[in-house]
Design a protein around this ligand. Structure first.
Ligand SMILES: O=c1nc[nH]c2c1ncn2[C@H]1C[C@H](O)[C@@H](COP(=O)(O)OP(=O)(O)OP(=O)(O)O)O1
Ligand SMILES: [Mg+2]
Length: 216
């Protein structure tokens, strides 16, 4: 039987990439939409690591299944590493990808140094709290305008010199070979048997102790 893992993200772009890069492995990946409404996790950690763990462990606790969460973002040299963990909210609390892209181009308008890196931490947690952590990073250059229609987020601005394309000009598979998320997922894929064993051994089979006696 396949091990169920809940993908704790609301981001459709991430979901597509994770599903594509983990297809063929003996896990049954569920979306949050497969369950009833659950409260939103507050992503107030100071690091990608903190936020990835918060999202994974909270979801695992609430749903009683192992959960996988990705926290990621863009770190720009000329902006001292910003927006980093604030990448999703760069242009404001309810910012869209287009708002964030626009703000990034404005902030870098007069900057010569356009080096940036994408970072990704993926946490796999079980309901009692323990978790495994995987990470990946990739280097690129921020373009002067949006190029390409694929992907999500800052992809149209992230030029990857080795392929002479932005991430938004790559297929999911091509991006997955070199991206921050792809690298973290490669480690997960390589260790999949160990991860499934770890879940099997560590995760309590019953979340509630059986009560055999009469409580009255
Ligand atoms: O491969 C990527 N290509 C382009 N942009 C990316 C990528 N990876 C992260 N990013 C950007 C999108 C978002 O602005 C932020 C992630 O924020 P982050 O909180 O991790 O995700 P999210 O709020 O969109 O979904 P959720 O927290 O439900 O997983 O970095
Ligand atoms: Mg988020």
């Amino acid at each position: 039987m396949k091990q169920i893992i809940v993908l704790a993200t609301r981001n459709k772009g991430k979901t597509r990439e994770i599903r594509e890069l983990l297809k063929g492995y003996p896990i049954d990946i569920k979306n949050l939409d497969d369950f009833g409404p659950i409260p939103e996790v507050i992503e107030d950690g100071e690091t990608f690591d903190d936020n990835a763990y918060k999202k994974a462990s909270f979801t695992a606790k609430i749903l009683g299944y192992p959960a996988m969460a990705d926290d990621s973002g863009l770190c720009v040299e000329a902006l001292d590493g910003a927006p980093g963990v604030y990448s999703a909210r760069y242009a404001g609390e309810n910012a869209t990808d287009a708002d964030n892209v626009k703000k990034m181009l404005e902030e870098l308008k007069d900057k010569d140094n356009r080096k940036a890196s994408f970072k990704c931490v993926i946490s796999i947690a079980i309901p009692t709290g323990p978790a495994l952590t995987y990470e990946g990073e990739c280097q690129g250059v921020i373009t002067k305008e949006a190029v390409g229609d694929n992907g999500f987020g800052y992809d149209p601005l992230f030029f990857y010199p080795e392929l002479n394309k932005t991430f938004a000009q790559l297929t999911i598979q091509e991006k997955g070979q070199v991206s921050h998320r792809g690298k973290a997922l490669k480690e997960i894929a390589d260790e999949m048997d160990k991860i499934i064993d770890w879940i099997d051994i560590t995760m309590p089979k019953f979340q509630r102790a059986e009560c055999k006696g009469n409580n009255s």
